[in-house]
Write a protein that binds this ligand. Sequence first.
Ligand code: ATP
Length: 285
Amino acid sequence: MNKVYEKAPAKINLSLDVLRKRDDGYHEVEMIMTMVDLADRLEMSELPRDQIVLSSQAGFIPLDEKNLAFQAARLLKERCGVKQGVYIHLDKHIPVAAGLAGGSSDAAAALRGLNRLWQLGLTTAQLEELGAELGSDIPFCIRGGTAIARGRGEQLETIDNPPQCWVVLAKPPINVSTAEVYGKLRANELKEHPSIAGMADAIKRQSFADICARLGNVLESVTLDRYPEVRQIKEVMMKLGADGVLMSGSGPTVFGLVSKESKISRLYNGLRGFCKEVYAVRLLT
Ligand code: ATP
């Protein structure tokens, strides 16, 4: 039986700005995203019957049409007239509803993997276009690397990867709804905006110090007020010596960038006193 495997890495936002709320209900964003080496793994194998079947060891995600990997498979089947079915096993490692785009990355991996399994010959640009129909972060998850994302997040400009460093991720035991955070954001009244151009320039110069100094996310204004534990984790990370600290996406995961490996154990152990889910990973460069 034919089988393919795909890795679905988590993303972090080094910079996230919301410019305005659009008439179509979406927010116009400008952000810089990159991948970290914390990933789900998808195993996809052909099914003789015309069905999409999902399984996972994670007990807390939907395994029906609500799952983004299911939706990706269904979309590809419909658009390309695929008659075979597929069995997808989702080995989840990315925390759910965490601001790390776990579901989006699973959908991206499903699109990439099924394009190979079913020998559809779609280009990356075509896969990105399909992905955009399912979710704003999916095109970036298909392309990977580091990119400036504009529009509702689907218009991508690939840029250099930041210099390699450690990324410590800490997720408090709360799930945050992205829709709720965007719903509460007063996009037109924001007083401060992170400089996307400044961050892109710091990355271009490969200046780790400037990247850390320029980390910014306007969604913190909503999530930090509503969930004080997220603010507390940011403070703890700074105290424990992270070089730069920011909430990823709509949260609640906070990441710390660290250049020296010698700092990791103190950070990791210190954070474990506050939350169970702590990871120390590298950038995916
Ligand atoms: P983003 O950063 O894109 O907003 P997130 O990391 O905050 O995403 P996800 O982990 O993608 O959030 O999960 C959000 C919701 O999507 C979950 O509550 C879950 O019910 C649903 N979901 C659908 N498909 C998946 C999937 N493959 N993995 C995890 N959650 C999924």
